[in-house]
Design a protein around this ligand. Structure first.
Ligand SMILES: Nc1ncnc2c1ncn2[C@@H]1O[C@H](COP(=O)(O)OP(=O)(O)O)[C@@H](O)[C@H]1O
Ligand SMILES: [Mg+2]
Length: 299
């Protein structure tokens, strides 16, 4: 049995009710000429179940961020339909949180002040919201610095605050757009392992669905229940790869043979190598010199 088939047999994916349904969605922007429409992505289709962690990978400019913004309700859906928990999206809503690469924190507010800001602004800062904020700050590992001002935090800490801010609203859909992309390699690995820990060690896992955009293939394998691979621009989904590595996943999983098999499988999908079929391929036997590069660049 191949590495991947073996992993899948060990840990079959749980089936839950659909949380996100995307049907024939195309997204675009007005072009330079009047009436012209430039497509960012085309004919996207997916069903993501509640509690699933889906990673999107694809070349730069293929429309990943545009799609995430559409899920957040920030971009108009030109064609097709997106439904969250059965309801079509028609603008931003509390049940969806978007985390960007660069955290836009209030530098003079402390960690706690940043995390509660949304609730405060909406006049919903009751005792339950305060308790939730404190719990989420501990969850992201900032319990000891809850009263430190944002401007005094490191890049990794700021991104933890950013995550806490997204989680405190208890979103049913958590959207992350290369959230660790601006961090140095070491901090990025720590944050990846931390997010995996948070995901599997708390109530988040069962109630929240995550869609996470990355250009880092190893990050995709580490986090994912499923990896969706986008084609080059205008992007469409060209592969859907379930990742059945067991959970809890620890940092050690990165050096396993199964992990490398998924990593190579995704690179094959991205670069269109004919070496892989959906199942039954021994990665070690392909014989071709394999790139050690794991980041996706523009074609
Ligand atoms: N606000 C915008 N106005 C016009 N075109 C845009 C805008 N944002 C993105 N685009 C274009 O849409 C395409 C997809 O961009 P984006 O979604 O940012 O891709 P990705 O996140 O995959 O790198 C690109 O060609 C980009 O130039
Ligand atoms: Mg982007």
């Amino acid at each position: 049995m191949s590495e991947l088939a073996d992993a899948e047999a060990k840990s079959p994916a749980p089936k839950r009710s659909p949380s996100l349904e995307v049907e024939h969605v195309s997204l675009g922007y007005p072009g330079r000429r009047r009436g012209e429409q430039v497509l960012a992505c085309r004919d996207l289709n997916m069903t993501v179940h509640q509690g699933e962690f889906v990673m999107l990978v694809g070349p730069s400019g293929c429309g990943k961020s545009t799609f995430l913004e559409a899920l957040a309700g920030l971009v108009h859906v030109g064609a097709g339909e997106i439904r969250v928990d059965g309801r079509p999206i028609d603008g931003p809503a509390k049940d969806r949180s978007l985390v960007f690469q660069s955290p836009s924190l209030f530098p003079w507010r402390d960690v706690y002040g940043n995390v509660i800001f949304g609730c405060q602004a909406q006049g919903r800062l009751d005792a339950a919201a305060k308790a939730r904020a404190e719990a989420v700050i501990k969850l992201v590992g900032l319990g000891d610095v809850a009263h430190r001002r944002a401007r005094e935090l490191s890049g990794g800490m700021k991104q933890r605050v950013n995550l806490a801010r997204a989680l405190v609203t208890e979103p049913s859909l958590l959207l992350l757009d290369e959230p660790f992309g601006a961090l140095d390699a070491q901090t990025r690995e720590v944050m990846q392992d931390e997010l995996v820990r948070m995901w599997q060690g708390s109530a988040i896992e069962s109630s929240t669905t995550a869609v996470f955009v990355t250009h880092d293939v190893a990050e995709a394998v580490l986090m994912a229940d499923r990896v969706l691979v986008f084609s080059k621009s205008p992007g469409t989904i060209i592969d859907d790869i379930p990742v059945s590595l067991g959970r809890p996943r620890t940092a050690a999983v990165r050096s396993s043979r199964e992990f490398m098999a998924y990593h190579d499988r995704i690179l094959d999908a991205l670069y269109g190598r004919p070496t892989y079929r959906a199942e039954g391929v021994e990665v070690a036997s392909t014989g071709s010199p394999r790139s050690t590069r794991s980041e996706v660049s523009a074609p």
